[in-house]
Design a protein around this ligand. Structure first.
Ligand code: FMN
Length: 334
């Protein structure tokens, strides 16, 4: 059975990729994911502000140490394991070691906050051996004076700048809240991105009624969350010059199959691996194989995008009639 797929021009043994999460932060975790059968691994994002804060704090500590210790020499560094572990250097070293130790592609993820940060860190990630870079465009446009057009233009400029600064493939992890996600996806691809990762999952704060303060909340996903990405992957499959990665809501091989039928080149998962451990990768892959065997498919190429045309054909129904029909036909839940 042939499960091979191409993603960002990289040849993968099958379509299941471990998306950015703490599981791939350290070399041990990356090795476990590879041993479990992940076809590629995305490392957690490097956040520019975090790196700058860590470096500033570390430098302050170093300077304070050398100023207060007359005997301090060039070789003098105060003990600061927390900063060393989290700092850029450590992240690059982990990437470097993972890239040379693993046979599968190791994809770095970047979330910059300044134009120089985006391009500078991207170049460092390429030098450290990343097979590709995923741009995590996570940013809540909380400034009410900023128009959607301005936000999107800045993202496009970022993509263009990063693609111009590195020679490895770049993918873009997009959020779903755009007036026209499909059109924006086409523009992102035209700006140089080789792949789109649909969709980023935004973590929305709750309110803690005991402390009367906003409370960050992070819940793992559930399968019903595949639908938004499923729709857009189906609408974009074969119509955008970029690989399509599905992310959000994968729990079992059923979601993997659905995303592939819609047209995803790869299917990413984080929540299922955090819930069940890295070994769940092989459960997903074997489930996909079994489903294909049961349906008489021996090549994943025959599965991928099989239902995209059906989504497209029903586009009118999807965007309006189906919506009305679904709402007016609701019978309540038993
Ligand atoms: C604990 C945790 C950490 C994450 N860290 C990152 C990250 O560093 N960068 C990123 O782009 N996405 C990050 N994500 C998002 C995941 O990569 C993924 O896109 C999201 O969880 C949706 O996929 P899922 O439904 O399989 O969990 C994180 C998610 C979780 C739960």
């Amino acid at each position: 059975m042939n499960l091979e797929t191409q993603y960002l021009g990289l040849k993968l043994a099958h379509p299941i990729v471990a998306s950015a999460s703490p599981l791939s932060r350290e070399l041990d975790g990356i090795r476990q994911l590879e041993d479990a059968g992940a076809a590629a691994i995305v490392m957690p994002s490097i956040y520019e502000e975090e790196i700058v804060a860590e470096d500033t704090a570390y430098e302050a500590l170093v300077e304070r140490g050398s100023w207060s210790q007359p005997e301090a020499t060039e070789g003098y560094f105060p003990e600061a394991p927390a900063f060393r572990v989290g700092g850029l250097q450590a992240r690059l070293e982990t990437l470097q070691r993972a890239a040379s130790a693993c046979a599968i592609p190791i994809i770095a993820s970047l979330n910059g906050s300044t134009p120089r940060g985006w391009t500078g860190f991207a170049a460092e990630l390429e030098r450290a051996g990343a097979a590709a870079i995923e741009l995590n465009l996570y940013r809540v446009p909380a400034d009410v004076n900023e128009s959607g057009e301005e936000v999107e233009r800045r993202w496009l400029e970022t993509v263009e700048a990063v693609c111009g600064a590195v020679s490895i493939p770049v993918s873009v992890k997009l959020g779903p809240w755009l007036s026209s996600p499909g059109h924006h996806a086409l523009r992102i691809a035209a700006a140089g991105a080789r792949g789109l990762v649909l969709f980023n999952r935004f973590y929305q704060p709750d309110i803690d009624l005991a402390t009367l303060a906003p409370k960050p909340s992070l819940e793992l996903s559930s399968p019903y969350e595949i639908r938004q990405a499923l729709l857009w992957i189906a609408l974009l499959a074969g119509r955008v010059d970029a690989s399509l990665a599905a992310t959000s809501g994968v729990s079992s091989s059923e979601e993997v199959v659905k995303y592939l039928l819609a047209g995803a080149d790869v299917v990413m998962t984080t929540s299922s691996l955090l819930r069940h451990g890295p070994g769940h990768v092989s459960v997903l892959r074997d489930g996909l194989k079994q489903w294909m065997e049961g349906r008489g498919f021996d090549d994943i190429g025959r599965v991928r995008g099989r239902l995209a045309a059906a989504f497209l054909r029903d586009r009118e129904a999807l965007v309006r009639a189906q919506y009305i029909h679904t709402l007016t036909g609701f019978q309540g839940q038993s």
